[in-house]
Design a protein around this ligand. Structure first.
Ligand code: URA
Length: 322
């Protein structure tokens, strides 16, 4: 299911990358869209930039194609679009006949296109988009808020966490709870302040635990949905180094099957979209374990980061213990 969905999304992105902004589809496919809507599984949300008019023209879908129906409907649309295009080629994702089971209510990931302009313009546009994201807003209840990245958009250092916790979702800001206070301390030990770095999360909302007060790791679908928003932030900030805090953030960036235990990958340089990526333990792990050895390991990972971004490292810092 996931592979097929990814193939569909990739194909839509590829078409969009080729400059295709509209797809001509038959009445039958439009009927498929209508049926999906009628089945109470919305294919295109009111907020999405999509139209399916009588002329048989459908805008490339944005984030609100529900996973349950997207494969069948869009495979058919893609097949028709590819046939209709000049020099058209067979669709790489042929229409499927079997019934596609529902696996998740999370839509396919959004396609994020940043506007022209300077960093601030692009960052503000992205932030506004995320704060209005219909899917993100379905996970916001009562006093809680969507959490978007904060900090210096010109920073050479980008910290990436997992998902907001209780305090973060109330304030709408990443890392403001206990783990955030430790992260601030770590950043200060590096010789920087919180406002001098950029801090983001894989997720823009706190993963719900119905009936419980605690946190849970995000699901794969949740992470996949939010990842384009994080990638766009990294693209805008254009840091020299990204630091993934904890296994969930690291897997969110590198892929779910990229490693087993965090100890296999921490403390070494990796790459994320062409940028150096350092992986280290999450501050909340340090709070839980309270092990001096783990604290020292995190500090050693961050000494490597300091060297990579040409931050001076004093003797005191080198022998420092968090
Ligand atoms: N943990 C995270 O990964 N992110 C936050 O914003 C807070 C805690």
């Amino acid at each position: 299911m996931k592979r097929r969905l990814n193939a569909l999304v990739d194909e839509l992105k590829r078409l969009k990358g080729e400059g295709v902004t509209h797809l001509s589809v038959t009445e039958e496919s439009l009927q498929g869209l209508r049926t999906a809507v009628a089945q109470n599984a919305p294919v295109i949300s009111p907020g999405a930039s999509s139209t399916a008019g009588p002329g048989g023209v459908v805008d490339l879908p944005s984030s609100h194609v529900r996973r349950t129906d997207a494969p069948k409907v869009f495979a058919r649309i893609l097949a028709e679009a590819n046939q209709n295009r000049p020099g058209g080629r067979p669709a790489s994702t042929p229409a499927r006949k079997e019934v596609v089971p529902a696996i998740s209510g999370i839509p396919v990931p959004p396609v994020v296109e940043l506007p022209e302009g300077d960093k601030e313009t692009r960052w503000k546009a992205l932030r506004a988009r995320v704060l209005q994201c219909p899917e993100c807003n379905t996970h916001i209840h009562g006093e809680t808020r969507i959490v978007f990245g904060v900090g210096n958009i010109d920073s050479d250092l980008f910290f990436c966490g997992e998902a907001p916790g209780a305090e973060e979702e109330l304030k709408g800001e990443p890392f403001v709870g206990p783990a955030g206070r430790l992260l601030d301390k770590i950043i200060r030990a590096m010789g920087r302040s919180r406002d001098e770095v950029y801090i983001g999360n894989i997720m823009n909302w706190r993963p719900e635990v119905p009936g419980h007060a605690g946190n849970r790791p995000p699901t794969l679908e949740e992470m996949e949905f939010c990842l384009p928003y994080l990638k766009a932030q990294i693209e805008i900030v254009d840091p020299k180094v990204v630091v993934a805090l904890g296994a969930t953030a690291a897997k969110g960036l590198l892929g779910q099957d990229s490693f087993g235990a965090l100890r296999e990958v921490r403390g070494r340089w990796h790459e994320f979209e062409g940028r150096p990526l350092m992986i280290t333990y999450h501050p909340s792990y340090l709070l839980r374990s309270d092990s001096n050895r783990t604290k020292r390991l995190v500090w050693e990972d961050l000494l490597k980061v300091m060297e990579r971004i040409d931050l001076p490292v004093s003797e005191k810092q080198r022998s420092f213990f968090l």
